[in-house]
Design a protein around this ligand. Structure first.
Ligand code: ADP
Ligand code: MG
Length: 454
């Protein structure tokens, strides 16, 4: 499915005037092929609202929602070829798994061509459409609002449509329910994909949380939607089951011919499941990219801090580019000089030979102990099997060093830490933009990302 969101905004009316909630601002996303998209961000950042607008459960305040070339803003939820799975999967308790999965299908009508005795489609003039076009033409002729030119143009269009409709027979259709066989076949197929063939006659109370969630997914699959929307579907499950279901949902995605949009506040889910991730904050898209590109080239400090555990270390520094090196000075006076040639491209405005305030970011796994490195003081170290996380302070800021082996560092011990210039992140003093280019050599700020939607 081709899915485009163009400048989609959502404003919830507040109880009082002036109390409106701007839940989503100018959301842009372009998806042209089957893909697994994750919306991630802290609670309240507008993920569910965006998903519900795509589903048709929430009005779009402004902007366009386009699916396969058609503007869908005003199309009913039921007519969108979408299935949605929620966190509280709300199965009907008095129905079996089979009945739960069949329920939606039984109540859906589909358009079917009427066939003649020999099994060929019946063609007729669409009288309703002809009458509609005739009425439109009469309305335009009477209209006093239009300019003569506009009137002429409109009349020409409608007259052409009328001429075609009144002379060209089209297939006759009727709205029908799915047949019992069709419903059964779809449920068997979904049950097989989900591995719940043995559970079909069970009621929800006789199932585990994971099994119930599978039935909820089955209920979505049987509709054969082109777009799956999943809103934190795993957050009610315990950690082990969540990890298992994560793999199952990824498998399900590969088995189906549909785009998935998966909402989560969990960055691990986002990183492991997404082909692309949309990072949101306060209703505003921060960055859209593949998990590795987001991790390697975060466009601002928020994205850098949101993805990765332990979190990236940040330090306020003053930055001076001189000749072939960048000099970074920490508040406590420690300095480090990095060769420009080994770093990503730096924003030209920082190459003016003047000192700039900036934020240095380094991931814990990119810090290592080295003689002659920056001086820091340890406060705590935790050995996690094969690696060690050492907590401490550097220039009055907390740091975490992740050593890939077992090291013993005592409380209060002096440490010397270093990092490679290739692993450095630099952000503007406000944290709003990366000073360094991304993998394609571009400097993209959040508004630019939002404009492009890719
Ligand atoms: P998320 O799913 O990322 O946690 P939501 O999309 O649910 O965030 O909410 C985004 C913002 O919109 C929040 O500030 C939330 O309080 C607000 N909001 C959500 N639903 C409504 C509503 N029906 N009426 C008013 N405000 C709402
Ligand atoms: Mg939500």
């Amino acid at each position: 499915m081709e899915l485009i969101l163009r400048d989609v905004c959502k404003v919830y009316p507040g109880e009082k005037k002036g109390r409106e909630v701007k839940a989503v601002s100018s959301f842009n996303l372009v998806s042209t092929k089957k893909e697994f998209i994750v919306f991630v961000g802290p609670s309240g950042c507008g993920k569910s609202t965006t998903l519900r607008m795509i589903a048709g459960l929430e009005d779009i305040t402004s902007g366009d929602l386009i699916m396969d070339g058609e503007r869908m803003n005003k199309v009913e939820a039921g007519d969108r070829s979408i299935a949605m799975v929620f966190q509280n999967y709300a199965l009907y308790p008095h129905m079996t798994a089979y009945e739960n999965m069949a329920f939606g299908l039984k109540n859906t009508k589909i358009e079917e061509k009427v066939l003649d005795a020999s099994g060929k489609p019946v063609y007729e003039i669409d009288k309703k459409n002809v009458a509609y076009l005739k009425r439109q033409i009469a309305k335009i002729q009477k209209s006093k609002k239009m300019s003569p030119e506009e009137k002429q143009a409109q009349l020409k269009r409608y007259q052409k449509a009328y001429d075609i409709a009144s002379t060209t027979p089209v297939p006759v259709t009727k709205m029908v329910h799915y047949s019992k066989q069709e419903i059964s076949a779809r449920i068997q197929e979904a049950a097989k994909i989900l591995g719940i063939e043995d559970l079909l006659s069970r009621k929800p109370k006789a199932m585990s949380g994971g099994q119930r969630q599978r039935v909820a997914l089955g209920r979505a699959i049987v509709r054969r939607p082109k777009l799956f929307l999943l809103d934190e579907p795993l957050s009610n499950l315990d950690a082990k089951l969540r990890a298992q279901m994560r793999v199952e949902i990824s498998r399900l995605y590969h088995a189906l011919d549909a785009t998935f949009i998966y909402v989560t506040h969990d960055q691990v889910e986002a990183m492991t499941m997404g082909d692309r991730i949309v990072v949101m904050r306060g209703g505003v898209v921060q960055q859209i990219d593949t998990p590795t590109a987001l991790f390697d080239y975060p466009a601002n400090r928020f994205v850098a801090g949101f993805l990765g555990t332990p979190q990236m270390n940040f330090f306020e520094v003053s930055l001076l580019c001189q000749g072939k090196a960048v000099l970074l000075a920490f508040p406590d006076g420690q300095k480090v000089s990095l060769p420009l040639a080994k770093m990503r491209k730096i924003r030209p405005e920082y190459l003016d030979g003047k000192t700039h305030e900036a934020i240095l970011g380094i991931r814990p796994e990119h810090l290592f102990f080295a003689e002659g490195g920056l001086k820091a003081k340890a406060t705590l170290s935790e050995i996690l099997g094969s690696q060690t996380q050492v907590y401490g302070t550097l220039s009055n800021r907390q740091i975490v060093v992740e050593a890939p082996d077992r090291v013993k560092v005592g409380e209060g011990e002096e440490m010397e830490v270093a990092f490679l210039p290739e692993k450095v992140h630099l952000f503007s003093a406000s944290g709003e933009v990366s000073i360094l280019a991304n993998g394609k050599g571009e400097f993209l700020s959040a508004p630019e990302v939002q404009k492009k939607g890719e």
